[in-house]
Design a protein around this ligand. Sequence first.
Ligand SMILES: [Zn+2]
Length: 248
Amino acid sequence: MKKIVPALFLALTLTLLVVSASFAQADTLHLSMTRDWGYGGFNNDIQGTFSMIVTGPDNLSRVEYYIDETKIGEITAPPYRLQFVTDNYDLGNHILYAIGFTSDGQELKSNEIAATFVTPQSAGKFIFPILIILVVAVLASALVPMLTSRGKLVSLPMGTERKYGLGGGAICSKCHRPFALPLLAMNLGFSKLARCPYCGKWGAVRIQSIAKLREAERTELKQAKGEQIATETEEEKLKRQLDNSKFQ
Ligand SMILES: [Zn+2]
């Protein structure tokens, strides 16, 4: 995908360069075309807003612009640039050219540019598949890890020192345990979309500093000890308190 898109844009640009190929000479009228908005595809297919740009001798005083036999406009001062919208003309093959008039009465005909006016729909036919592929690729990069890791939970002793790697680490908002982020986690603004491997909760998490992550590991350990204390019986608790008091 990464290679196809630039290649397509390069192809479009090259086509446009061919369409507006240069034949500039002194005392002749040169017509070129630029795409201002729209589509310029293969086989000189065009759709959208284009400009016909004419350059000629210094004493050029007026330029008439033609699509086939129809005069579509006239410019009487430089820059001799006339914008037109292909949708205003019949679909199909056209010859574009210009006739220039100099102040000393010369009449100069420009080179001709062949173009095929196509419908927005057929121009869209070319562009939309690329957009759809892009959207699918973006969705797949988010969904595939969701589907493949669904249900699997990792069990790791509390307080274990983790390796966070290149993706960095984050702290789960539900179980507060720190975990390593996958390298290709999807960005959500300043956060990353990730799944906690311990409790399985998906959420937007922030990348944390290593100091914060180590702190969270130590907090885990305290929680684990706290749970042990909570599960001891009243008798054990009394005994432990008694033991502690002996040293005081
Ligand atoms: Zn969690």
